[in-house]
Design a protein around this ligand. Structure first.
Ligand code: ADP
Ligand code: MG
Length: 681
């Protein structure tokens, strides 16, 4: 029996009352107590005031230089002040509600004071004061979160008692080889250190151990779940002529990039295997995900199945339908578009065809997961720009066809660290390469007052036959917001370029037919400049457009700006993105700066995550993010990657399930319920 699992009441001095207090913060066993980590540390080592910032907490030792003066307000509240000489500094010390100190503060006696340093007033407000020189003890004080009658001091006492009583019973759970490989402290050393660190360096080592442990355990769960899902899920086993399929790939107007070929292989491997595909395909804007989807669909169709492609907007659905109809025409694949604007008889007829397998590839918005749509033999579902779908929609989609292979495609706004936690149970493919010949988009951040020059710049591009997007945050004027609206900008540009260029207008309030016709004229270059709201944000592909102007760019988030920018730079011409912005906030300025510094969606999404924090990234509701005690997904992402890799290898290996040294990890998995087929939620 593991002694650490003994109830907390076994500890000396913990009676039933204290027991309950500890239970209230989740501590039931000795182990819980030992794993109740400090949430921060105070640095009580002596520091030179020169190095201490305003409002920072500091500990100093000095000699009392003046008699203390005491003032009372009311009966209980009081304020005591005196002068303290610390090295060359003569400063004031303020101490509230401790009048009894007055008589002990004799001139020239030595005291140690901890408190907040007000650099401007040269004053410390006391949190702790002790008489005499600083005691030779640790300079780093752990601070625990407390509740009710519990005190930090109390917890410290119990932790220290538990450490001395049970230290020898703390068992290692990581195998030796991993400890050595990463030079990790043992669990015993790390637990001891995290509660009683002597140096910041020790603390780092202890933290490092637990970061790895937490990530590894979490990833073991994810990887075990993934393995179980694979083994228990009977998927569609697509069988088709590889030769015919290869002919299709060879006939494309361009060779696939290496990265595209690699992910195509990964996808085909899933599709031809007996288990069900559950894969996330990440690729930056413009990396060529659509063609990868088409290749996968063709495999499904060749093996006698139907495919469904789901996208977040009607514009995108129409664009995909257009290009896939064209692409598949010579191969006799029937492609149809279903959006909310297909109604009544037309809709009924379409659905009938889908049910009879007369339509092999159906494209649409989320309308596709409505219940009345029955497929004859749905074998592959792909969602494009999947970060726009909620977790719930993703699940519904997966459940649509019982064994259907599912591929989620997304541009990078999901940072890798989040992707492997939020989508940890999925397989991940990454297109980390843009088609050859692309030039990096040049991005500029300018003040709105430069508009005149920008209009001239756009004109130069238009004269070369290129096209431009102009994005506005709003459709029409608003009393509440002082931002540009598409209607005004459209009429301004129309009169400015009168007789020379055609200006189109696109926004969410147009009917589907209107949107369709505007989009079509823009892709055929009958419209030269498209003024639009963010409805063109995702997926839209008009390679001849080389200039993107974004009004009030500070109103958009980084990933949104990156998506918008991704509408240009899709051909071989040099493209430009101009951010018109005058942000007031620091993060606003930071966002603009980051945009001008990088085109790399991976880098950008990591920076975005740093600015926003993981909770905000997906929006609170659908985050479903795991909570780590010590580890931080953003800052410890390297460890997360390493742990994921290790976990995947362990779960796949035979040794893991048999060898003695993995017993503690197996026990952990059993306790988590994963192996019994429980859902991870
Ligand atoms: P995204 O990944 O953003 O969805 P798309 O699939 O829309 O990107 O592709 C962007 C553009 O790149 C399209 O015009 C497409 O035809 C083109 N493209 C895709 N793959 C290649 C390739 N291997 N070589 C050249 N152009 C390509
Ligand atoms: Mg796309």
């Amino acid at each position: 029996m593991n002694k650490l699992l003994e109830p907390i009441s076994e500890l000396k001095g913990v009676g039933s009352e204290t027991s309950e207090l500890l239970n209230d913060v989740g501590i039931y066993t000795i182990q819980d107590l030992l794993e109740y980590f400090p949430y921060r540390y105070d640095d009580n080592s002596l520091r030179d005031l020169e190095d201490v910032k305003h409002d920072e907490r500091v500990t100093v030792e000095g000699r009392v230089h003046s008699e203390a003066s005491l003032t009372f307000f009311g009966r209980k509240r009081s304020r005591l002040t005196f002068r303290l000489l610390v090295g060359k500094y003569l400063l004031s010390v303020v101490c509230f509600n401790r009048p009894y100190f007055k008589n002990k503060l004799t001139i020239d006696s030595t005291v140690t004071v901890t408190g907040k340093w007000d650099k401007h007033r040269q004053t410390i407000t006391v949190q702790q004061l002790s008489f005499g020189p600083k005691k030779e003890q640790s300079g780093i004080e752990p601070v625990y979160s407390i509740k009710g009658k519990l005190t930090v001091k109390g917890i410290k006492k119990f932790v220290s008692l538990a450490l001395s009583t049970y230290l020898k019973d703390i068992e290692e759970i990581l195998p030796d080889d991993l400890l050595q490989k990463y030079k990790l402290l043992t669990r015993r050393e790390a637990l001891y250190t995290i509660h009683t660190p002597h140096e910041k360096e020790d603390l780092k080592l202890a933290r490092r151990r637990f970061v790895y442990e937490e990530f590894l355990l979490f990833q073991l769960k994810m990887q075990a779940l993934r393995k179980i899902q694979r083994e228990q899920s009977k998927g569609v086993m697509h069988e088709f002529s590889r030769e015919k399929h290869q002919q299709f790939i060879d006939s494309l107007p361009f060779p696939l990039t290496k990265a595209q070929s690699r992910v195509v292989n990964e996808i085909l491997q899933d599709m031809t295997s007996p288990y069900r595909m559950n894969r996330l395909l990440q690729g930056d804007v413009g990396s060529g995900k659509t063609i990868v989807a088409a290749i996968a669909f063709y495999a499904a169709v060749l093996s006698g199945y139907q495919g469904a492609l789901m996208v977040p907007t009607e514009i995108l659905a129409e664009q995909h339908a257009d290009s896939l109809v064209q692409l598949f025409e010579p191969y006799n694949v029937t492609v149809a578009l279903l959006t909310s604007s297909v109604k009544g008889k037309k809709r009924r007829e379409l659905l009938e065809k889908v049910e009879k397998n007369e339509i092999q590839l159906l494209i649409g918005t989320h309308a596709l997961i409505q219940d009345d749509i029955k497929f004859h033999k749905l074998g592959l579902v792909i969602t494009d720009e999947q970060h726009r779908f909620g977790v719930e929609q993703r699940r519904m989609l997966r459940e649509k066809g019982e064994h259907t292979d599912v591929l989620f495609m997304t541009a990078t706004p999901i940072p890798r660290t989040l992707a492997i936690t939020a989508f940890g149970e999925m397989d991940v493919s990454i297109i980390d390469e843009l088609p050859a010949g692309r030039k990096a988009i040049e991005t500029y951040w300018v003040k709105p007052s430069m508009l005149e020059r920008i209009l001239v710049f756009i004109e130069k591009e238009l004269s070369k036959g290129r096209q431009a997007y102009v994005i506005c945050p709003l459709i029409e004027e608003s009393d509440k917001l002082d931002v540009q609206n598409a209607l005004d900008v459209h009429s301004m540009l129309t009169s400015y370029y009168k007789g020379r260029f055609q200006i189109g207008l696109m926004h969410g309030r147009l009917s589907s037919d209107e949107k369709d016709s505007v989009m079509r004229s823009f892709s055929q270059n009958e419209v030269n400049v498209l003024v639009s709201t963010t409805v063109v944000e995702v997926g839209v592909n008009v390679p001849n457009a080389t200039t993107m102007i974004i009004y009030d760019a500070e109103r958009f988030g980084l990933s949104q700006l990156h998506q918008l920018r991704g509408r240009v730079g899709r051909g071989s011409e040099q493209s430009y993105c101009i951010l018109l912005a005058d942000p007031k906030s620091e993060t606003g300025k930071e966002r603009m700066k980051i945009m001008t510094e990088t085109n790399d969606g991976f880098v950008l999404s990591e920076r975005d995550l740093e600015l926003r924090g993981p909770g905000d990234f997906f929006g609170k509701k659908q985050s479903g993010m795991p909570i780590f005690k010590v580890a931080d997904m953003v800052h410890d992402y390297r460890a997360l990657e390493v742990a994921r890799q290790d976990a995947a290898e362990l779960i796949q290996s035979k040794d893991f399930w048999e060898e003695e040294k993995y017993e503690p990890l197996r026990v952990y998995l059993h306790q988590s319920g994963i192996l019994e087929g429980e859902k991870l939620d």
